[in-house]
Design a protein around this ligand. Structure first.
Ligand SMILES: [Zn+2]
Length: 429
């Protein structure tokens, strides 16, 4: 299967000439370089690379850099949960997921770490070349306790376990699992379907209606059961958690990535550092004026929760820096919000240098993908770096984003997008 606009995947070579290379690693740029792509991998990066027979692309002095990696996306959740409780149509959801996938590519985002939702189908369609889109690291259905952040029932709805047929939301989007056997089963069910890491809800959420932000979700034993089931398959668990109590319990249980984590105290931050736990944070969602306005429009309960998260945000980054916690680059934007993903670059500028933001979005996130260990769906080479042996996920950018990061927010400055050695977008010539 293939789609118009993409080349067929073959052992073909592409030679980029006249480019300035940002490796994804540090401020060092290789000026006036050539980069040779052989099949789906980068073969050579140097000033004098030559390759007779390769297709040549003259970069015209553009920056050549790794494709952007999204650490917190929901490619299988392109429609708000509230809509899926009522009238839903699979065809509509699928079409919306395809739109999101195209949006990622148009921005130069070539990998998405799925943090909850049925992303297996869209991943398969993308990998098979049926539709254009990023690589997806699926987590599949999120796993939540009764009353937890994945329990999006309306107030008077019956518990899913007491209904003869599971509601659509609980069939495809979120397991409601309580106690060790149910948690283990939910984890194993997602691993069976193709999850490469597991997403658990460990504390209150901003957008869910019946779980206050301060709540801790899942006992230590339940979280440990999930971690053990994931580790038995060679991978790890990430959790949604804001509060100190939820974050510290998750770390104690062996969880490897905290999604959000804004309210963790300094002691818990130390604990994260000691255990090599990642902070997967989102600046736009937690700290931008636009996000604040959107939350305010949702009403006082949601806005109050958001304000609490917002107040903790700066300290969480300060602790991360102080104790050397790895900070991932993610947005938590999906559906209608996906076209705004690149605002994350700007939202981070008050807290990080341009180079640090670019490193987070490329090589550092690339390291996070490696946590999937033996389940890594793309194991042939590293992601997020320009070096021999790495996947050929390559962007040509009009300008130097290390000096002017705002460039990354304009899709018309992302002139070429290659993923897996295949060109998906090219406005260079
Ligand atoms: Zn999320």
């Amino acid at each position: 299967m293939s789609f118009a606009g993409a080349q067929d995947k073959d052992p073909h070579q592409t030679l980029f000439i006249n480019v300035h290379v940002f490796y994804g690693l540090n401020e060092e740029r290789l000026e006036n370089a050539n980069v040779l792509v052989d099949g789906n991998l980068i073969k050579e990066v140097s000033a004098g690379t030559n390759a007779p027979g390769a297709s040549v692309i003259d970069g015209g002095g553009r920056t050549l850099m790794p494709g952007i990696i999204e650490a917190h996306g929901h490619p299988g959740l392109p429609v708000p949960p509230s809509q899926m409780i009522g009238d839903v149509d699979w065809m509509l959801i699928g079409a919306a997921a395809v739109e999101d996938a195209k949006t990622y590519i148009d921005h130069g985002w070539t990998t998405v770490r799925d943090t909850g939702g049925p992303s297996y189908g869209i991943k398969k369609a993308i990998d098979e070349g049926l539709v254009p889109g990023p690589r997806i690291y699926p987590s599949g259905m999120m796993i939540s306790q009764t009353s937890g952040h994945g329990d999006f029932r309306r107030y008077a709805d019956s518990h899913p376990n007491s209904t003869s047929e599971l509601p659509f939301w609980n069939k495809y989007f979120a397991h409601i699992a309580d106690g060790l056997p149910e948690v283990r089963r939910a984890v194993r069910e997602e691993l069976r379907k193709g999850a490469v890491h597991i997403k658990l809800m460990a504390g209150g959420g901003v957008t869910s209606l019946f779980d206050p932000l301060h709540t801790t979700q899942y006992s230590l034993e339940e979280m440990q059961a999930a971690v053990e089931a994931a580790e038995d398959w060679g991978t790890y668990v990430m959790v949604h958690a804001y509060t100190d109590r939820a974050v510290s319990r998750a770390v104690e249980a062996g969880v490897k990535a905290i999604e959000h984590g804004q309210l963790a105290t300094e002691d818990t931050a130390k604990l994260m550092a000691e255990n090599g736990v990642w902070l997967s944070t989102q600046a736009w969602a937690a700290a931008s004026d636009t996000a604040g306005e959107l939350m305010e429009a949702e009403g006082p309960i949601t806005y109050g929760k958001w304000q609490t998260v917002n107040e903790g945000f700066e300290a969480s980054l300060r602790y991360a820096e102080q104790y050397g916690i790895k900070v991932a680059f993610g947005t938590d934007m999906w559906g209608d919000a996906t076209p705004n993903i690149a605002q994350e670059f700007i939202a981070r500028q008050p807290y990080f240098s341009n180079i640090d933001i670019l490193r987070q979005a490329t090589s550092i996130n690339g390291e996070l993908m490696q946590l999937t260990g033996s389940l890594n769906p793309y194991p042939e080479g590293p992601l997020g770096v320009i070096q021999p042996g790495a996947y050929a996920d390559i962007l040509l950018i009009d300008g130097n984003p290390i000096e002017d990061l705002e460039i990354m927010t304009y899709t018309d400055r992302v002139d070429l997008v290659m993923k897996d050695g295949v060109i998906y977008k090219n406005t260079v010539e």
